[in-house]
Design a protein around this ligand. Structure first.
Ligand code: NAD
Length: 356
């Protein structure tokens, strides 16, 4: 198995280092060999290559079976030309690899219930939502787009457009995911206002009828979905939605768990290597201080083994090791609570290794 490793910026290098130690340990334990090749993206690529996504990085990813990414961005690149900002590297690699589906589980670990921003009685029914977000279409990519000036005033616009094939394939990802969970999909749109959303809803319904009627399908407007997520998150299993709404709802679902340092994600396409990364950013405020929580990246490795390599046992082993580490009271600063044992990034990685 060949994995392209792209640490990126800020805490990216620290968390990826721990995740790779875990990968190696799992490989040793289960007799698997993982070859890794390193590549650049984001700010470090801007400094070295002049662009956030060098062609060499795209080629290395395409020649791999999966991609592990740390995080991109930082204040150093906040004021540069928007056309080559670090985040363009992320959008670019998703596009180049045809990764149209972003799958983000937002799970509340029982050991971290104290971190959750919601009242205990609200999460008593559990918080285990999977947001399936369309990633390569919608308003982030639609044309025309413009930032201009007319009659002495500035204006800007973007276009939200979805084609039937884009909606069908993301709906299929959601229905398939639901079949492996509790069999429910909620499609989120703004069909009461947007034409693009009315098409979205019709196509999702059609795809559902043409092969997934065993899955329960419901629909919510995005404003209501945002509210329901904090009012009663246990009503959701899989949420499927477009790029813009998914960006916001997946962050909301993650944020209410109170632990963005714990949450992994996968970006998947058809036949291309999947890309696995923590949901958080490069955390410049704690970069280089051995304070970052590596668990989201370690759990991203688990998702990689499960989704790209069909290694269920190996993935379960990582998940159990992370749960055991939390159970033993190891905590980085972001998930610290009284009575627990405050550790740094490296020591947290070591604790997971010991449990493996
Ligand atoms: P962020 O996720 O980097 O940080 C938000 C807060 O959470 C910070 O206080 C940070 O210290 C903390 N945090 C994040 N990850 C943590 C971890 N693993 N362990 C402990 N604490 C953690 O978001 P931000 O501050 O809004 O953005 C910082 C930079 O990251 C920006 O340049 C932004 O564009 C970029 N960014 C990149 C990605 C990505 O690479 N996918 C995602 C979001 C933001």
């Amino acid at each position: 198995m060949k994995i392209c490793v792209i640490p990126g910026d800020g805490i990216g290098t620290e968390i990826v280092e721990q995740a790779l130690r875990v990968l190696e340990a799992v490989g040793d334990r289960f007799g698997r060999k993982f070859d890794t090749v390193e590549a650049r993206i984001g700010g470090i690529a801007i400094d070295t290559d002049g662009v956030p996504l060098p062609e060499e990085t795209v080629e290395k990813c395409k020649a791999s079976d999966a991609v592990l990414l740390g995080a991109v961005g930082g204040p150093k690149w906040d004021t540069i030309d928007p056309a080559i900002r670090p985040e363009k590297g992320l959008l670019g690699i998703r596009k180049a690899l045809g990764l149209f589906a972003n799958v983000r589980p937002a799970t509340l670990f029982p050991q971290l219930a104290h971190s959750c921003y919601l009242r205990p009685d609200i999460v008593a029914g559990g918080l285990d939502v999977m947001v399936v977000r369309e990633l390569t279409g919608g308003i982030y990519f639609g044309e025309p787009r413009e930032d201009g000036e007319s009659n002495g005033e500035r204006y800007g616009f973007n276009t939200m457009v979805y084609y039937e094939h884009e909606i069908r394939r993301i709906a299929r990802v959601a229905f398939e995911a639901a079949r492996k969970r509790s069999g429910r999909v909620c499609s989120v749109d703004k069909a009461n206002v947007l034409d693009v959303s009315r098409v979205w809803r019709e196509i999702v319904i059609d795809e559902h009828q043409s092969g997934y009627s065993d899955v329960e399908l419901t629909h919510l407007y995005v404003d209501n979905a945002a509210m329901q997520l904090v009012r009663d998150p246990s009503q959701f299993d899989v949420i499927v939605t477009g790029n813009l709404f998914g960006d916001i709802l997946s962050d909301e679902a993650a944020a209410i768990t109170g632990s963005i340092g714990m949450l992994p994600s996968a970006s998947l396409g058809e036949g291309n290597p999947g890309l696995y990364e923590p949901i958080h950013g490069s955390a410049p405020d704690i970069a280089g201080q051995d304070k970052a929580n590596p668990l989201a990246t370690i759990l991203s490795i688990s998702m990689m083994l499960r989704h790209s390599f069909d290694m269920t046992e190996e993935a379960d082993c990582i998940d159990r090791a992370v749960a055991a580490t939390l159970e033993q009271g190891f905590r980085t600063g972001d998930i610290m609570q009284g009575g627990a044992r405050l550790v740094g990034c490296r020591a947290m990685g070591q604790a997971v290794l010991d449990n493996i």
